[in-house]
Design a binder for this molecule. Structure first.
Ligand code: SF4
Length: 209
């Protein structure tokens, strides 16, 4: 971990924020760049102002507002369905209570249709500073090559496993830096093992030198 921070720096978590806004932000961030997803979120807020209005809108209008970020029809369906589920469960469109919810916050969020372990973990870590570690495809690839995750493991099990392997105070730094490593060095094809700060810990990398 220290090797990663020496190479990429120590990213800092932003202050706590509204979990529902974060959750929708993360849904919008799928399969697009950070810049596009931020603009898409702003477009959605500008068009509808409140989550109540998003829930009341039809899917086509929601999709039109978020078109820029791609997969607009799919994301519109997930967002509207999610808002409907929250409203039915809580009678209001807010997830602010999650911050004070102890260990069950993850199970609670994961019960919503269409919300996977990574989205849950990102929401809880970024918005509520909960001790959960989000994995994405880059992190899966790096940790499998290193021999930390087995080749065949479910998303949910991998998330639980990582919660126990890393110190909670470093979850954010490790999450961001493993993604950076996966994008720049441990690429899907032809990883640059000779440049990798983790090579001494890596099963695959040690076979390459
Ligand atoms: S040594 Fe190679 S395979 Fe291992 S994490 Fe680094 S880049 Fe990936």
């Amino acid at each position: 971990m220290q090797n990663l921070e020496n190479t990429f720096g120590e990213p800092q978590l932003a202050p706590k924020s509204d979990p529902l806004a974060m959750l929708i932000n993360i849904i919008l961030s799928q399969a697009t760049s950070d810049a596009n997803s931020e603009r898409t979120f702003r477009n959605l807020k500008k068009r509808f102002r409140t989550w109540e209005k998003v829930l009341a809108a039809n899917e086509t209008d929601i999709a039109d507002a978020i078109r820029l970020g791609g997969l607009a029809n799919q994301k519109a369906r997930v967002i509207k369905d999610l808002l409907g589920q929250i409203k039915a469960a809580r009678k209001q469109l807010s997830l602010a209570f999650l911050e004070k919810m102890p260990d069950e916050a993850r199970d609670y969020l994961q019960n919503f249709r269409g919300i996977g372990p990574k989205t849950v973990a990102c929401t809880l870590l970024f918005a509520c500073h909960k001790e959960v570690f989000p994995l994405d495809t880059h992190i899966f690839r790096v940790l499998k090559r290193m021999g930390i995750l087995p080749e065949r493991i479910t998303d949910a099990k991998a998330h639980r496993l990582l919660d126990e392997l890393a110190p909670p105070k470093k979850f954010y730094s490790l999450h961001v830096n493993l993604i950076r490593l996966g994008r720049k060095i441990c690429r899907p094809r032809e990883p640059l093992c000779e440049q990798c700060p983790l090579i001494e810990y890596c099963d695959y990398g040690l076979t390459q030198i």
